[in-house]
Ligand binder design. Structure first.
Ligand SMILES: *Cc1c(COP(=O)(O)O)cnc(C)c1O
Length: 394
């Protein structure tokens, strides 16, 4: 390969390093969970999306094993050629019923679901109105679609209305509002009551990405629309977070939407079918989650306890009730130093800084899960207090 090209890449990497933006991966030795082992050390994990603690649940491991034994290891095909098993259709029907939608279609990941959902449904004559803090996969999906793009400031309903007006004045045929159900950097809920009201007023469709909600937000964990008591047109989501934590994404919605995506969505047409073990375990995860009021209650209790004591200790949090609890630290070096001080004390957290969050908004995003015990949280709180004093955060 041309030396000049590799030198160019090396210079880019050096610039990332010099800005203090290099991401380092830690190697977990063993399964994901509330407690993990890294470098031979036990660590408390406060940064996984393992909201209900199901990532290594023995019932899911067993369901995966059973599905692999009955349906084999891999599909070696995309869905429409010879990659669809009875299990795939059962999971599509199951997730659709769980979400109160007519049907659903599986993707390899929600990144692919969002990447593939817009382009087949909307064209040049249409408009998409998108929240400024939407997930990268929604942004990419919208880029791949020919519809006109309008962006509204995060959760700013006046701006949403302005953009809807602009889309309508521009003569759009169909207008779609796209939003995350929960904004993952802040733990804020989208204002779905107002979004659906405005959608009604401007004859717009609604699409909600509920990755940080399905399974644990709303009655039976049916997500942010259920929590808000509203209906949306299209939902996208993942099996990679609360619903078992492996992988797999989906779009759920009206029958013609799902039917057309099956014909036209490119990540569906040109990428392999999910493996049976993942599909079988996802089916089991939905059975567990639907009945998991106890886990949801534990999660809510943990999140309330955690927020409360961090605030009492004097940490600056963003307000809210979601199990995402961001501890605000200002500049990137402070967030990194604080994360290191916590690491020394056996706590795994992840610092976030520009460009992932605004400049001056560096933070540690802690995430509660139902598998954390009161002892775990008290241990973590002591470490936060210690590390806070050591690094001058408190
Ligand atoms: C995690 C996440 C995704 C991506 O989901 P995968 O299934 O891991 O690809 C998409 N959207 C949002 C809002 C997410 O939080």
């Amino acid at each position: 390969m041309a030396e000049a090209f590799l030198d160019h890449l090396k210079a880019t990497l050096a610039a990332i390093e010099a800005e203090g933006l290099m991401k380092q991966e830690r190697y977990i030795e063993g399964p994901q969970g509330a407690r993990v082992q890294i470098g031979g050390r036990p660590m408390l994990n406060l940064c996984a999306n393992n909201y209900l603690g199901l990532a290594n649940d023995p019932r899911l491991v067993e369901a995966a094993r059973a599905a692999m034994e009955s349906h084999g290891y891999g599909m070696a095909s995309v869905r429409f050629i010879c990659g669809t098993q009875d299990l795939h259709r059962a999971l599509e029907a199951r997730i659709a019923a769980f979400l109160g939608m007519q049907d659903a279609i599986l993707f390899a990941a929600c990144f692919d679901a969002n990447g593939g959902v817009f382009e087949p449904l909307l064209g040049e004559a249409d408009a998409i109105v998108s929240d400024s803090l939407n997930h990268a996969s929604i942004i990419d999906g919208i880029r791949l679609c020919k519809a006109r793009r309008f962006r509204f400031q995060n959760n700013d309903m006046e701006d949403l209305e302005r953009q809807l007006k602009a889309a309508r004045e521009g003569g759009a045929r169909f207008v779609l509002i796209a939003t995350d159900g929960v904004f993952s950097m802040d733990g804020y809920f989208a204002n779905l009551e107002e979004i659906t009201r405005l959608a009604g007023a401007y004859d717009a469709l609604t699409l909600v990405d509920d990755c940080h909600a399905t399974g644990f937000v709303g009655p039976q964990g049916r997500g942010t629309p259920a929590r808000a008591g509203v209906k949306v047109d299209i939902l996208t989501g993942t099996f990679g977070k609360a619903l078992g934590g492996a992988l797999g994404g989906y779009v759920a919605g009206p029958q013609p939407v799902i039917d057309l995506l099956r014909q036209r969505a490119r990540p569906y047409l040109f990428s392999n079918a999910l493996p049976p073990a993942v599909v079988g375990a996802a089916l089991a995860a939905l059975d567990i989650v639907e009945a998991a009021d106890d886990l949801r209650k534990q999660l809510t209790t943990n999140a309330g306890y955690w927020r409360n004591i961090l605030e009492t200790l004097g940490f600056h949090l963003l307000p809210g009730s979601h199990p995402i609890v961001p501890v605000m630290l200002g500049e990137a070096p402070k967030a990194q130093a604080f994360a290191r001080a916590l690491d020394k004390r056996g706590i795994m957290v992840s610092p976030f800084f520009y460009p992932v969050v605004p400049k001056g908004g560096a933070r540690i995003r802690t995430q509660m899960n139902a598998a954390l015990t009161r002892e775990d949280l008290d241990f973590a709180l002591e470490a936060f207090a210690d590390a806070g004093r050591e690094t001058g955060v408190l």
